[in-house]
Design a binder for this molecule. Sequence first.
Ligand code: PEP
Length: 237
Amino acid sequence: MIIAANFKTNLTRKQTASYLDALEDILKEDDNSQEVLVFPAISSIDAHEGRVALGAQNAYATLNGAFTGETGSEQLEEFGIKTILIGHSERRHILGETQEELVKKFNFYKKLGYKIVYCVGEPLDIREDGSEPMMEYISAQYEGIDTEYENLIVAYEPVWAIGTGLTPTLRDIELLHLTLKQKSTAPLLYGGSVKLDNIEEVLNIQNVDGVLVGGASLVVEDFSKMCKIAQNIDDKE
Ligand code: PEP
């Protein structure tokens, strides 16, 4: 399974470094073989040795150049970063990234062979319009995206469930994941208020290949327990 942590704009460089040290130790102690990805704040990214892969929460579709305030692939690769999150709802809805921009970013990082965690998901008002408009909305987020890209991971994250403590029912997640698997056979993560209390039931849903965790990933003891739960489920299968 894939267990991913999105720190968003949290934790300093120092805090991130000690988090990663602790996480590596616990994963080793637990003999954990799950794929663990951590997306720290960009200023906290550093060269990291270990089994946890660090990724960028965002970057610009460029190697380098005159793009004030942005990060290019050259800056990421200095730290061995080859994983990127694209299309997170906070980038779509707060930072205003359009599908066209996301596609450009996707294609740029695809060409460089990055592992891309590509996020899709609907806001509450769209969900309330019913399942047809909701699927149309989500389908539009697949437009221009190479759904067969070998290093693609898709994350389904209903916008209204992110950071709110609300989650769809397990049945809703199951149905949505079943539908999304028809669009791409890439690993499909669920994200949106996943925490220690609910991760086990979420990971047990069919077609859930892992989770993307925001707020609840910030405490290393909690996140490592989540990785352990994933391992236990895998061991039982
Ligand atoms: C996220 O940021 O991708 C996320 C799912 O956040 P949270 O777990 O806090 O809802």
